[in-house]
Design a protein around this ligand. Structure first.
Ligand code: CA
Length: 297
């Protein structure tokens, strides 16, 4: 195994905490009402300023709690190769994977959580030069980009990443269960491009897509956001603790690589970790715009 795949590793349900019934939630949590359904505006959804429940009871990384956030707009879709190509064309920016030759790629036949460092891979060749470029995948999410690369894109596009909490608020869309469609993952295939194979030794085309899928190929969440689960992990701003290393970034929502037997991060509460210098072919992002609620009305 080359490199690490911490982004893929996320704890499964902590013992005794799975599928906690609504009645077990705190009185404070009950007091928080689902926000008014956000307004869809172009390709962004407005999430109003307010108090929201995030986290999961018993989860050490992401405990159940109430948070206050200002209004923000979050992109309906993950950022695509087409959008990233426009950034590169306009700026001539060179990504970390091109400079460091450290992109991590996957192909069927690798043991669980094994990825391969491929010096030829970067966003235009997200699984290495032998597995095709993006010319017929311009509406797929951009991958093989580092946290630093994403920050550069955001500066150019006048957007930013969501915070860990904003991402979860948008993903939950007012729901309190582990999935925005319920307490169990039995319907995940309707909403997410994931890996349906038992392991990663053989190719999996169970939902048509072994790697990324065009954004918006599956059902959206209740607020009209697509691919919040699966397709690609989405970078977020924020730390799990003040002492966390500055070289750690976080991604959420799971990816095409994630299966029910491995990773299982395609839910509303898991938080993945990855080096800020790393570029994986299952790591992408979704844009956010800050906005005052008054201005957004
Ligand atoms: Ca798939």
């Amino acid at each position: 195994m080359a490199g690490f795949a911490a982004i893929l590793a996320s704890p499964k349900h902590p013992a005794g905490t799975a599928h906690k019934p609504q009645s077990a939630r705190s009185a404070e949590a009950h007091a928080v009402q689902a926000a008014v359904a956000p307004q869809v505006n172009s390709s962004f959804v407005l999430v109003p300023k307010g108090r929201y429940e995030v986290g999961r009871r018993g989860n050490l990384e992401n405990p159940l709690r109430i948070v206050q956030v200002d209004s923000f707009r979050i992109a309906v879709y993950e950022t695509t190769n087409r959008q990233f190509a426009a950034f590169i064309k306009a700026t001539g920016y060179v990504t970390d994977a091109e400079r460091r030759h450290n992109a991590m790629v996957f192909y069927p036949g690798l043991p669980e959580f094994s990825w391969i460092r491929d010096s030829t891979a970067y966003w235009r060749w997200p699984n290495g030069i032998n597995r095709g470029d993006i010319s017929n995948r311009m509406d797929h999410p951009v991958t093989c980009i580092s946290y630093r690369d994403v920050k550069a894109y955001c500066n150019w596009a006048n957007v930013r990443l969501p915070t860990l909490e904003e991402w979860e608020i948008a993903c939950r869309a007012g729901t309190h269960t582990d999935y925005f469609f319920g307490s169990a993952d039995s319907r995940i295939g309707e909403y997410a491009n994931i890996w349906h194979g038992h392991d990663h030794m053989k190719a999996d085309h169970g939902d048509q897509y072994m790697y990324t899928a065009p954004v918006g190929s599956f059902k959206p969440n209740p607020w009209g956001l697509y691919d919040m689960y699966g397709n690609v992990f989405e970078f977020c701003i924020g730390k799990l603790s003040p002492s966390e290393s500055p070289t750690v970034a976080h991604g959420r929502g799971g990816s095409w690589w994630c299966s029910k037997n491995s990773c299982h991060s395609f839910n509303s509460y898991s938080i993945g970790k990855v080096s800020v210098y790393a570029s994986f072919s299952n790591q992408g992002f979704r844009a956010v715009k800050s906005v005052s609620y008054a201005a957004a009305k």
